[in-house]
Design a protein around this ligand. Structure first.
Ligand SMILES: [Zn+2]
Ligand SMILES: [Zn+2]
Length: 225
């Protein structure tokens, strides 16, 4: 056999502009309360996502209609000291979903979420600071609907590698494995164009494919899209 007979035709991938959100109808996650596997199911109506999560193991539930959020939040507020009036008192702190919560916290993003006591460093009196809650979309590694940690994530030597689900994994594998990548007059908003550079580098191809194989071992037949 001649060496040329072993050379396969170069593989191609055509970026048709799919966004990351195209894969967000099913997101494989870990439960914020019991850490077991689950999935967020979502559908896009003309204006917004309708998403639902229900843990089959502990019953933790979240619905987008209620504005539920199971990820981290930031509490923020400030006011002048109520006594000396000169010193600004600030609140800026991150809170994570409490693993022992029996109910979904009400994290609607309204003013007057609550208030937190702060002590003035000048006069030492304590005043209550009204705070508002903001969702922290910790982009990498979290479900976009409820902020749950992704299940299909692996730490690589260059950074985290994650996918939402099997379809997402397979599309990424086609892209990474392709010797020729085509883009057709797309703006920079496609999922592929926004990938970190290390995933796109040819010299990392085999390494990234191995990492994707590792992620695939965590999928079961029931995890199909
Ligand atoms: Zn659970
Ligand atoms: Zn003061």
């Amino acid at each position: 056999m001649t060496p040329a007979a072993n050379i396969a035709a170069p593989t191609r991938h055509r970026d048709v502009g799919m966004r990351l959100s195209s894969f967000a109808e099913r997101v494989e996650v870990r439960c914020a309360r019991c850490d077991r596997s689950g999935a967020v199911h979502a559908s896009w109506t003309s204006r917004h996502w309708v998403a639902r999560y229900m843990c089959a193991h502990c019953g933790l539930e979240a619905r987008s209609e209620r504005d539920d959020w199971l990820g981290s939040i930031c509490l923020w507020g400030r006011r002048p000291c109520g006594y000396c009036g000169h010193q600004w008192l600030h609140v800026s702190e991150q809170r994570d979903f409490k693993a022992d919560s029996s109910t979904v916290p009400d994290l609607r993003l309204t003013p007057g979420f609550g208030s937190i006591a702060r002590t003035c460093p000048i006069c030492a009196h304590s005043s209550m600071v009204d705070v508002s809650a903001h969702r922290l979309h910790v982009g990498d590694g979290h479900d976009p609907h409820f902020g749950l940690p992704l299940r299909l994530i692996v730490t690589t030597r260059s950074g985290p590698l994650w996918v939402y689900n099997r379809d997402h994994l397979e599309e990424l594998r086609r892209y990474v494995g392709a010797q020729h990548r085509e883009r057709q007059g797309l703006n920079g908003r496609s999922m592929m164009s926004r990938l970190p550079t290390w995933i796109k580098l040819a010299r990392n191809r085999q390494y990234v494919l191995r990492m994707l194989d590792r992620l695939e071992t965590r999928l079961t037949p029931a995890d199909g899209a």
